[in-house]
Design a protein around this ligand. Sequence first.
Ligand code: GLP
Length: 261
Amino acid sequence: MEVVIVPDAGAAGDLVAEAMARLLRRKPDALLGVATGSTPLPVYRALAAKAAAGEVDVSRARICQLDEYVGLPAGHPESYRSVVLREVVEPLGLDETCFMGPDGSAEDIPAACERYERELAEAGGVDLQLLGIGTDGHIGFNEPCSSLASRTRIKTLTRQTRADNARFFGGDIDQVPRHVITQGIGTIMEARHLVLLATGEGKAEAVAQTVEGPLSAMVPASALQMHPNATVVVDEAAASGLKLAEYFRSTYESKPHWQTI
Ligand SMILES: N[C@@H]1[C@@H](O)[C@H](O)[C@@H](COP(=O)(O)O)O[C@@H]1O
């Protein structure tokens, strides 16, 4: 696992957007797995700016979703499909045909989960999966005690996660769905490159447990310790609980120029 500490959220966004741009220059139809939440927004803005400036051609990029609320009506502005269309697909000038995600409004949720697993496999797998992290260490919507081998399935949100996400639903926790579909941890681990992005002091404890704690289903993000190509990008605030922060800084500074995230 590589840990990169950058000064702030803007620098983190630039760094991850550049990693995505480099991937697209090498593989123009790369499948980019995107995350929702506030943390990745600077990445999407920076990537769209690079595309607008002609620094990278994103026209053949493919985008896939990590997770989705169950039961929101199709087109609900806070469904993750709507969020990804609004924050990623449209700013990149792509259309919906490049985009896949699980159907949270399906009648048969288990069948929708299986269908999404099949679609990801048929698309050749995810090249780069961007992840945020919940304050409880969740990735996607894999709450603590999710199986580290889990596949795409329905999950029940913890009260903490629903409280964290209430800000997207007018501050009313009762409006936040209780159930979600999420790529499983086993599914996420099949992506060729995992990039976990965390900014702000509120994520410091979860980051410390992910990077330096034991591998544990209690901290789903700690599964990244088992991935051969995982990068954790954090700002100074989110890095504040890391015992090895100095080591991570020096490793990154002395990195050979050909070795990039
Ligand atoms: N399912 C999403 C996660 O994918 C995201 O990482 C998390 C953190 O969001 P934020 O970046 O807004 O803190 O929120 C939700 O729970």
